[in-house]
Design a binder for this molecule. Structure first.
Ligand code: SF4
Ligand code: SF4
Length: 73
């Protein structure tokens, strides 16, 4: 049985400058990032809502919502 979702990843692409810090810092490989372009969320189900990417994004472009027992908190 798959793990229940623990985090919802929201990227504000109007703020994102495509630096790639989120992708390189995520320990769960939630993001896919190519040198030219913007990060894409490719494995949201692996997110543990550790908040690391949200704290490290220099442009405040990421908002992580924690999910507890299926409810966004
Ligand atoms: S860290 Fe922030 S600005 Fe940099 S690519 Fe990720 S979302 Fe965009
Ligand atoms: S909150 Fe943590 S696990 Fe989730 S995408 Fe960000 S760095 Fe990765």
């Amino acid at each position: 049985m798959s793990q229940p979702k623990r985090g919802k990843v929201n990227i504000n692409y109007k703020r994102c400058k495509g630096c790639g810090i989120c992708s390189s810092s995520c320990p769960r490989k939630v993001y896919q990032y190519k040198k030219i372009g913007r990060p894409r969320v490719v494995a949201e189900e692996k997110c543990t809502a550790c908040m690391l990417c949200q704290y490290l994004c220099p442009d405040f472009a990421i908002k992580i919502e924690k999910i507890i027992s299926g409810v966004v908190v």
